[in-house]
Design a protein around this ligand. Structure first.
Ligand code: SF4
Length: 501
């Protein structure tokens, strides 16, 4: 079968940066797997390739089309693609994290013939085989299909053994360097992954649904096969491991270091992991093996919000872990979420007070985003605090990121903005260690990233990206400067904001 796979573009109304999403690793993995197993898969990233669809049809003559839908900000393009190919008699399959949470809507509104749930490689392969062989695709587990307009689920599929996938084929992308980003002054960075899934059960997260609280690790040979290719052929210098939970066990970490050493690869990297996983010696060892930053999700202060989100981290280990990182020169970033449903002013005060006791290099505050299929989402819908969109069109026009949803809390919206802006500004003004970036503050890095982002993608993504960045900057600085009384209410004095972490 000739399979044409798309990474959908962001909606014009709500898009942010072209480079923010990085390489679409999921859809590239599906293309690699199909090619390895007797099909011919082609890949088009709509962020960079705006070739008219009739031209693509002529060029690839697809027997089936696939679309990766990762967020509601990609819905308009997904709908456009789905309609075009279905109208031209080509079956359309939509997959990806966002497709997995709205399969019924996609089928009912006739945007897809099939919707793949969860990881797509094996489902895609069996579906392509069935379409080629004239077998019944509805017998393939892991997908939704239409039965007289009504969505039907063919049944849950077990997660694939990651060793069956092999290294992703990066030659599918015409120019990998277009995806390079810069982070903490390390450039030519790409997101890759060593493991999938997470054992956590946080109530705001949709991972427990998507990965069913299971975590699997890739063979290091596959991962390093990719890294070696990307260094040699594309000039990769930095890797950000986007794993939800990097390096959970000592043996995983040791095999990672051994393979890196065996291949003699020189690159720096960073990761996200969980407080409590790493001890002092582990952090030292990571640094010796090229790790330069670690991001830890804290998300809520101990007490009421801790119980609400059910993150289950050992709070007493947060500050010691940050100090252990600092001792070896490792950058740390901890994240908090604010504007959870049911937040009261005292909760926001508790969040600020707790955050102030910690000394990471960088501190990120995010607004809570209601994610379908998460436990907290069901609670807010049941409580009438959030009305889910009823149509795809409605969903495509909502913009939940960077938004304080007033129904979640009695705390005035401006309080959240001031608190967030204060910590963002503090982080941007933080100076890095002289040893690796000459003591510049992170604002220099932020400006560099913005310029990189603005240089990528289409004209449309650049213009919108520019306005988005300007708005973000003025929101941050404005909220801090214009609201001293609110800052005072939460104990966010200018002295604290200007003090480097
Ligand atoms: S928030 Fe992080 S730790 Fe919690 S379930 Fe999601 S991925 Fe896992």
């Amino acid at each position: 079968m000739r399979v044409l796979l798309f990474n959908a573009n962001f909606n014009a109304e709500t898009l942010t940066y072209a480079r923010m999403s990085g390489l679409p690793l999921g859809v590239m993995s599906i293309a690699t797997y199909l090619n390895k197993n007797g099909h011919e898969a082609f890949f088009v990233d709509r962020f960079y390739d705006s070739t008219p669809l009739d031209e693509l049809t002529l060029r690839y003559s697809p027997d089936v089309v696939g679309i990766a839908l990762m967020s509601d900000t990609m819905l308009l393009d997904t709908m456009r693609l789905g309609e075009y190919f279905r109208d031209n008699g080509v079956p359309v399959v939509i997959g990806g994290t966002h497709a997995s949470i709205i399969p019924e809507m996609l089928i009912r509104e006739e945007k897809a013939d099939y919707v793949v749930i969860g990881e797509g490689e094996q489902t895609w392969l069996e579906l392509a085989d069935a379409l080629r062989d004239g077998a019944d695709p509805r017998k393939v587990p892991g997908l939704y299909y239409s039965d007289g307009g009504e969505p039907v689920f063919s049944g849950q599929r077990e997660h694939i053994d990651l060793s069956a996938l092999g290294p992703t084929d990066f030659t599918l992308v015409p120019d990998v360097s277009r995806y390079f980003q810069s982070v903490y002054f390390y450039d030519k960075m790409l997101y890759l992954y060593m493991s999938k899934g997470c054992t956590g059960t946080c109530r705001f997260c949709f991972n427990p649904y998507f990965h069913r609280c299971q975590r699997r690790v890739r063979p290091v040979e596959h991962l390093f096969g990719e890294i070696e290719y990307l260094i040699r052929e594309c000039g990769l210098k930095t890797v950000y491991f986007a794993d939800e939970l990097w390096g959970l066990t000592r043996s995983e970490r040791e095999s990672f270091y051994a393979e890196k050493k065996r291949r003699g690869l020189d690159f720096v990297w960073g990761c996200q992991t969980r407080i409590g996983v790493l001890k002092r010696d582990d952090i030292k060892e990571m640094h010796e093996n090229g790790c330069r930053w670690i991001m830890f999700g804290v998300e809520a202060p101990p007490g009421k919000l801790e119980k609400l989100v059910d993150k289950r981290i050992p709070y007493n280990l947060i500050q010691p872990t940050l100090l252990d990182c600092r001792a070896v020169g490792m950058i740390t970033n901890i994240s908090f979420i604010i504007n959870y449903p049911f937040t009261e002013e005292q909760d926001l005060r508790d969040t600020v007070s707790f955050a102030k006791t910690l000394t990471p290099t960088y501190i990120s505050f995010h607004y809570y985003v209601p994610l379908e299929k998460s436990e907290l989402y069901d609670i807010i819908v049941e409580n009438g605090m959030y009305k889910p969109p009823e149509t795809l069109d409605e969903m495509s026009r909502r913009f939940l990121w960077e938004t304080v949803i007033p129904e979640f809390s009695d705390v005035p919206e401006i309080d959240f903005r001031v608190v967030r802006g204060s910590f963002q500004l503090k982080s941007l003004l933080t100076r890095t260690p002289r040893s690796y970036s000459g003591g510049k503050s992170f604002i220099v890095e932020a400006v560099k990233s913005v310029l990189l982002n603005l240089g990528a993608g289409t004209f449309r993504t650049r213009v919108t990206g520019f306005f988005y960045t300007a708005k973000y900057f003025f929101d941050t600085v404005g909220s801090v400067l214009l609201h001293p009384r609110i800052r005072k209410k939460y104990g966010l004095e200018i002295g604290y904001i200007l003090r480097s972490a």
